[in-house]
Design a protein around this ligand. Structure first.
Ligand code: 6U4
Ligand code: NA
Ligand code: NA
Length: 159
């Protein structure tokens, strides 16, 4: 099979889960897009440990627990490396969010997402996310990182 690389993507929700903290990414892959927090999983850590670490690095919030919500696979035209992104939420976190070198955080209503400033796949799976469903998705992008030429998306009972 093709090489793939593991990533995390975590969304802090406020009780009663009507708002989500997104970050405007200031540099690197996905720059100028709003997204959850996350990054590459490091070799010595579990995937959920990676999500917790990235959340702190990028927003200063410290998650006490995380919930697995989905797995997304991204394929880009002319790039042999599949991105395998593990999506989490957290409702148990400590600290005050702060802007960091990588992210400028901002709260949004879960029904009022800035999809025109997010990755194109997000509006596809976000409805499942906010209904409390788990999901697995695969999205094939052109090199422009905008156009989705094929997708597979399904709710699942467990991950
Ligand atoms: P460096 O700068 O090497 O430390 P790192 O923070 O480890 O980077 P980063 O930020 O490049 O990694 O990771 C990419 C982030 O973008 C992950 O959280 C996954 C997320 N991501 C990538 N493609 C996405 C997509 N199509 N839709 C989406 N999130 C995506 O919602
Ligand atoms: Na990151
Ligand atoms: Na990283």
């Amino acid at each position: 099979s093709k090489p793939h690389r593991l990533f995390t993507l975590i969304f802090p929700l406020n009780p009663p889960q009507t708002q989500v903290l997104l970050g405007l990414k200031k540099r690197g892959f996905g720059q100028n897009k709003y997204n959850g927090f996350g990054g590459k999983v490091e070799p010595q850590e579990s995937i959920s440990q990676g999500a917790i670490r990235e959340l702190t690095e990028e927003s200063c919030l410290r998650a006490r627990s995380v919930n697995k919500r989905g797995v997304l696979f991204f394929y880009f035209e002319n790039d042999p490396v599949t991105m395998e992104v593990h999506v989490f939420d957290t409702v148990e976190y400590e600290g005050e969010w702060e802007e960091t070198e990588e992210m400028a955080p901002k709260w949004f209503g879960v029904g009022d997402m800035p999809f025109d400033r997010m990755w194109k796949d997000d509006e596809r799976w976000w409805p499942m996310f906010i209904r409390g469903k788990k999901f697995v998705g695969r999205f094939w992008f052109l090199e422009d990182q905008v156009t989705i030429v094929r997708e597979e998306l399904a709710e699942v009972d467990s991950l």
